[in-house]
Every structure is written in C-alpha cells, then in structure tokens.
Design a protein around this ligand. Sequence first.
Ligand code: RNT
Ligand code: ZN
Length: 430
Amino acid sequence: MIESRDDSSIKKAFALAKERYAAIGVDVERAQRVLKTIPVSMHCWQGDDVGGFEHDAESLGGGIAVTGNYPGKARSIDELRLDLEKAYSLLPGKHRLNLHSIYGEFPRATDRDEIGPEHFQGWIDWARQQELGLDFNPSFFSHENASEGFTLAHSDQRIRKFWIDHGIASREIGAAMGQALDNPCVTNFWVPDGFKDVPACRTGPRERLAASLDEIFAKTLDPKHNLDAVECKLFGIGSESYVVGSHEFYLGYAISRNKMLCLDAGHFHPTEVISDKISSVMMYLPQILLHVSRGVRWDSDHVITYSDELQAIAQEIVRGNYLDRVHIGLDFFDASINRVAAWVIGTRNMIKAILAAMLEPTKKLKQLENEGDFTSRLALMEELKSMPLGAVWDHYCLTSGVPVGMDWLEEVKQYERAVLSNRSGRLANV
Ligand code: RNT
Ligand code: ZN
C-alpha cells in the first residue's frame, strides 16, 4: 500500500518525538498501549440538552441549565444514536456511554418508578453492537415530583417513596446492563435537593437523604454487574444556600457504605479543584467516579478544554497509579455549538490529557522532589510543556484509524450538512 504523504510525515514526526521522550526516560509505545485500554464514559445528554425522551417530558429542572440554540439537536433516540456513532467514530480507542433514565425507550407513558431493564434493551443491543460499555443514572430532576426542589430528602413520605422506587429501579437497570454486556455499569446518584435560602434545619434533610439512599442500596448487587456512585455538590440554581448532598455528606456516606464517590469538576468553590481531591479520597475509597466538566465562574458545564485543571486531573490519576480505580466520566452540555463537535472536542481533550500524563517522567519528578530539589522539579515540569505531545497524539489517532488533527471537523461539518441541518431550524454558516 502506498502511504499518503501526510501519513508519512506523521510517522516521521512521531519517530522524532519518540526519541525526545526516550531521552527523558519515557516509553512512548507503552503509553500508547496503555491508553488504548482506558475507557472514557461519554455522557449521552450533550446530544439533546439533557432533554431525554419521556412522553411527558418536563423542562430541565434540578438547578442545572443548558444555554444556546444551535440547530440539529437530536429529537429521537434514533437520532441520538446516529449522532453518538458519528462522535465515537472520531475518537481514538474504545469508550463507554453514560445514560440517564430519561433516555429509555418507553412505548407508553412510564413514570420514573415504573422503569425497568426492558426500556433499555435497545440501548443494550446497540451498545453491544458498537462495542461500548454502558453506565447509568437515575434522574431526580425535570419531574413534577421534583418541582419543590426536594426528592429523596423531601419531608413528604409519599414523594420520598416515589424517588426511592426510582432509585431501586435504576440500580436494577444498571445491573441488567452490566450483566448483558459482561462489563460493570456505574450507576451514579446525583440528587439536586437543597434550599435557595438559609435553612432552619440542615440536619433533617440529610438524615432523610441517608435513610432514602440506604433503602435504595439495601439489595446487594453483584459488583461485576453494577457499581454505585454518589455525587456531591456545593450549590445549584435555586439551591444556593444549602445542598443536602454536600461533599462532606457524600464522602462520609461513600466511606461508610462502601460506595464510589463521584467528584464533578464544577461542584466546588471556584478556586477548589478536584485534581487536589483525588489522592485524598483515594486513601479511603477503593474506587471513585469523575465527572470531568468545566465551570466558568460557576457550575456552568462548559465543554472541557485542554486546560491546566484537565491536565492536572489526568496527571493525578496517572501519578497516583489509579487508572484501574478511577472511572472517568464526562459531564458537560453546551447547546451553543454543534453538539457532536462538543462531544468530540471534550472527549478528545480528555483522552489527550491522559496521554500527556503518561508521557511524563513521573519517577524522575518524584525523585527530584524527594531529594528536595524543587528547582529542578519546576524546571523539568516547565520543560515538559513544550515536548512534542502533538506528534504522539497525531500518531495515536492515525494508528487508531480516526482523523488526525482537525480533520475530524470536516467530517462533523459534512454530517451537519447531510443530517443535522434537516432536523429543524436554521443552520449557521457551513
Ligand atoms: C448536576 C450534576 C449531574 C448532572 C447530570 C445530568 O450538577 O453534575 O451529574 O449534570 O447527571
Ligand atoms: Zn455531574
């Protein structure tokens, strides 16, 4: 086969990069081999602005918000799957899909306490065919029983019961997915409950939330099929003063109940970073889940960029040797740009950040640190920033059979013209 000029220049650049990395003691081939085995769980909800496909879908609630009205949003599960297939085809490696319960296939109106694995059989079949692992989330928002801002911590036993049943059903769905795909499903619980204004009682709702969760988790499920996670949060829109499921609440809950903690990058004070939390919580928890996201001034869930914090998150996972204990999930939603591109940009950034972290001479850095040579540590860390990561990344994309550099964008633009533009509304300049 005659190689195109492009391919050969990518290979040449890679060969040079490999030498540069070898000179600082980094095995580039090994990094690429390991990277192939690391799945990123891409969230379905970027594809339709966290709408879902319930019959009586309500507008987005729970104190989260999507802004923008870029045309082409998926209007059905078939459209969402088509968009997902396009996105996955532009990502190097094999990854996962993270579903919310509102994305089930419901032949008739089905309330959240009535959902079951049968409503996700289509997703299971599709995931098997696409060779994707599945993750799952009960949805405690966008529902009339969540309209007062409380679900599992509600003071009304009837409402609490409804959501407990939803949680129980969701775990069964997660387990069915994990069993069918022979690949454990992470079922993540995020509960928006909280108060806009200063509460008179901070304890009661927390006691109720813990009791509700205990009921949901009462049944032991095989960890080969389902792994539970609980997601903490500082505040949301409408729960500015108090969120029941705070960081301290869920850290304690996860440790005492042997659950995974989910750290979302947008769920803390703006100067607090989850990269600094990973090594702390890993001392006490066997496994954790990440929701890699990007807050801009607040928990705004912007598409993740190749930021310092993204790099730091990946570095912490790799430096701490946590690759098999940290489940990497994504959580962002931007409706102001092409949604398939949003997935591709964010997920490629995540994968690239893991690659970069694996191209670090971690041993050397730790050695300098242990010797107290902080000058050399800083010098080396800074030098690493201009190492030829791009050449290794391009080569990784090439050998994974996906577009190199920005070539993926042309594919998304074509897809926009051929598919997305026929959905509804006006198209931006393409
Ligand atoms: C909300 C949480 C939660 C949601 C998704 C839709 O602040 O981050 O994870 O974004 O479950
Ligand atoms: Zn999240």
